[in-house]
Design a protein around this ligand. Structure first.
Ligand code: AMP
Length: 284
């Protein structure tokens, strides 16, 4: 069994569970507080804090893990980024009080930076030759400027609303992050094969999420126009309809974002019986 380190709680936990379930890999938890769980027959989940996952994987306690890219970078450990899971999207930013510093080039000397990401914060300012004191925090960095602990913070934001609510203004983006499937670079043999399979299974779900399967009955005479409206993965699938030859059934995978336009275009060229369905997995 390969061990996969997964977030035990927090904002990534539910999305991870849903992704595995969609890939046909139900995470079977025996109790709320369980530290491990079976994932299908080949994998075992180890539930740990998101922050600890890079270390777990780098030290070999788990074969792979899922956590935020911000945490992987902060850990300083070298891990392979096997798959971008597209959720947990956020940015690590430098922010200051709205009435405070407005430009990083004009910081008071010895400015203090409060952050739960002390390593990334230190690197960011060092690369720009800006002398600061980094104050490591374990949470709620956004209160530091108001308590007089620091002039700046380095913190995560997704919509920017928490920063605004706390009277803070963004001055720079250090990195953008999403949840990733990560593993140690030196994978081989059976371990490598199983992790490749897992990566492919999860990727197929992510690929399918942005797509829809469109089916319609199209007038045979309009097939050329159908081809323009429904490009599909390699052109639409066309099958006979037993109606004496006037219509054919056309099927294609289209981007979810273009379904609305596709349906209007199919109607305009005389298509009927248009069906749109979700796709569970898409393996090209
Ligand atoms: P948490 O659940 O607070 O332990 O956060 C785990 C991870 O969720 C973070 O390290 C980020 O990768 C990600 N994340 C996504 N959006 C946000 C956000 N707005 N604030 C904090 N973390 C976020």
């Amino acid at each position: 069994m390969l061990k996969i380190a997964l977030p035990n709680k927090g904002r990534l936990a539910d999305d991870v569970r849903e992704l595995f379930a969609d890939a046909g890999l139900e995470i079977r938890v025996r109790s709320e507080r369980a530290l491990t769980a079976a994932i299908g027959d080949e994998f075992q989940a180890l539930f740990v804090r998101s922050q600890d996952i890079p270390e777990f994987v780098a030290d070999g306690a788990a074969h792979a893990g899922i956590t935020g890219w911000d945490l992987v970078r902060e850990s300083g450990r070298t891990l392979d980024d096997l798959l971008d899971l597209e959720f947990g999207k956020c940015r690590l930013v430098v922010a200051a009080r709205e009435e405070g510093v407005a430009d990083l080039r004009h910081l008071p000397s010895g400015a203090r930076v409060a952050s739960c990401f002390p390593n990334l914060a230190r690197d960011f300012f060092a690369e720009r030759d800006i002398a600061v004191d980094v104050v490591p925090m374990s949470g709620a960095a956004e209160v530091a400027p108001h308590l007089g602990i620091a002039e700046l913070i380095v913190d995560l934001t997704s919509t920017g609303s928490t920063l605004k609510t706390n009277g803070l203004r963004e001055l720079a983006t250090i990195l953008t992050s999403t949840a990733r499937l990560v593993a140690k670079p030196d994978r081989a043999g059976e371990e490598r094969r199983k992790l490749d399979e897992l990566t492919m299974a999860l990727a197929s779900v992510l690929r399918a999420r942005g797509k829809r399967y469109v089916m319609a009955n199209a007038p045979r005479a309009a097939l050329e126009q159908v081809r323009e409206v429904l490009p599909g993965l390699s052109g639409p699938t066309v099958t006979e309809v037993l109606d004496g030859g006037r219509f054919v059934a056309v099927h294609a995978v289209v981007a979810a974002s273009s379904v609305f336009r596709t349906i209007s275009a199919l109607k305009a060229i005389g298509c009927e019986g248009i069906l749109v369905t979700r796709i569970e997995r898409l393996v090209p």
